[in-house]
Ligand binder design. Structure first.
Ligand code: ADP
Length: 288
């Protein structure tokens, strides 16, 4: 499933004193199997952009194509687009409402009009992907831990078998273990099922450790689009947009200022550990 966005503009509250241009001439292609990070300061337009990809918002101007079909065209069934493009909102667990975990995850497939066996198969598959044990199927979602609740909410989207999964801040408010669990599940979806993933995040560490491509938004426009290692070289520009680079990238910069040749494209803790070990072994020289 590919996404093609061509000169997309979105203006909220057109013709009122609250008129606000949230997207300005955004063009972007996402191919099947990509794992894309989307970052930008609050108000930069991330949420407006992702809501266009599954047809929740309509362009003021421009086009959004999903698999070659303009989703604003008459005759396009928006319900089908929403099944293909799964959108996991921020704090999705706030939308859990059924009596049991199983029923909550079944909600989408039931709405799709699927048969009972297919519903059961999809629910079990989705809950297995997010590592929720069978013993919890009849539990109330409200009895679960924060991380479990969120994984159940994500399973609810997965049960619709989307081709592309968009997650808006999926780790917000979770402890480090909950964060790792969620992102490891997302990695699995991408690596094993070849799912196209778009991850909106405030955490540069999450981005550095997981995605293959990074898009940076600022004031409704795309400012950078490339592999994370290259985008994170733009410290100064990112800071001007109110963003940062991973902590490890700052460490590498501080080392270089002390005459130690730490690479400019060091972005993960793993890379830092490897570099520091080489330095201690005398494989990297210090100079004045
Ligand atoms: P982000 O997700 O990056 O925080 P948003 O897409 O939510 O950014 O917002 C982009 C801009 O559009 C902001 O200036 C925001 O205030 C404005 N905006 C978002 N939603 C609405 C809305 N429903 N009505 C009016 N303005 C909005």
């Amino acid at each position: 499933m590919s996404i093609k966005i061509d000169r997309l503009n979105h203006i909220y509250s057109v013709g009122t004193p609250f008129e606000k241009k949230a997207l300005n001439e955004v063009s972007l292609n996402i191919e099947k199997g990509e794992y894309v990070g989307l970052i930008g300061h609050t108000g930069s337009g991330k949420s407006t952009l992702i809501q266009h990809i599954n047809g929740l918002l309509k362009p003021t101007a421009g086009r959004v194509e999903v698999n070659g079909v303009d989703i604003s065209d008459r005759g396009v069934r928006i319900k089908e687009i929403r099944q293909k493009v799964g959108l996991v909102f921020q704090y999705p667990e706030h939308q859990l409402f059924e009596m049991t975990v199983f029923k909550d995850v079944a909600f989408g497939p039931v709405n799709m009009g699927l048969g009972e066996d297919e519903i059961r198969r999809r629910v079990e598959e989705a809950l297995t992907i997010v590592d929720i044990d069978k013993t919890l199927y009849d539990a109330s979602p409200f009895e679960l831990s924060g991380g479990q609740k969120r994984r159940v909410a994500i399973a609810g989207v997965l049960a619709m078998q989307p081709d592309i999964l968009i997650l808006d801040e999926p780790t917000a408010g979770l402890d480090p273990r909950g964060r790792d669990e969620i992102l490891n599940e997302v990695d699995k979806l991408h690596d094993q099922l070849d799912m196209t993933v778009v991850l909106v995040s405030h955490s540069m560490e999450d981005i550095a450790n997981h995605v293959n491509r990074l898009i940076v938004m600022d004031k409704g426009e795309i400012r950078f689009d490339g592999v994370p290692k290259d985008v994170f070289k733009k410290h100064r520009e990112l800071e001007e947009m109110g963003l940062a680079v991973p902590q490890v990238t700052y460490l590498a910069k501080a080392l270089r200022e002390k005459g130690i040749d730490a690479p400019e494209d060091m972005i993960t803790i793993k890379e830092a550990v490897r570099f520091i070990a080489q330095y201690i072994d005398g494989k990297v020289k210090k100079h004045d």
